[in-house]
Design a protein around this ligand. Structure first.
Ligand code: AMP
Length: 115
């Protein structure tokens, strides 16, 4: 399977679809999920073209992996959810329920989440 350059997050990264960026650095950007499942629901995506978690861990450079996860931590801090807690979700592939084929982490917070 090849990376789809027309997936919605690729278009956001290319500036072809507008989004309100909450965070950006060399490795990642973050923006609000279009259909929030909790009071806080933000997506963090790497700037590199990686389809999912396995593609990322297999093919990204170590600095991209580190930079991405550090960005997730910074976004959680910026959102002010560290003290009360939050959930990270990375749906992967068909059985994992992944809809957009560009790696993304959901940061979900702002209420007590069901187990
Ligand atoms: P997943 O099922 O893990 O692939 O999640 C994809 C997420 O992307 C869903 O929660 C969607 O609501 C969200 N989404 C889709 N298009 C956009 C968009 N243009 N801007 C922000 N979030 C989006």
């Amino acid at each position: 399977m090849a990376y789809d350059d027309n997936n919605v997050f690729a278009l956001i990264l290319a500036g072809k679809i507008p989004t309100n960026k909450l965070y950006e650095d060399e490795y990642a950007i973050a923006f609000k999920d279009l259909h929030p499942k909790a009071p806080v629901h933000v997506l963090v995506i790497p700037k590199g073209k990686y389809m999912n978690f396995s593609d990322f861990t297999s093919n990204a450079k170590p600095e991209e992996v580190a930079g991405f996860f550090k960005a997730v931590g910074k976004v959680a801090e910026q959102l002010g959810v560290v003290e009360d807690g939050y959930r990270l979700i990375m749906n992967t592939g068909n059985n994992g329920g992944q809809e957009v084929p560009h790696l993304h982490v959901h940061i979900v917070a702002g209420k007590k989440l069901p187990v």
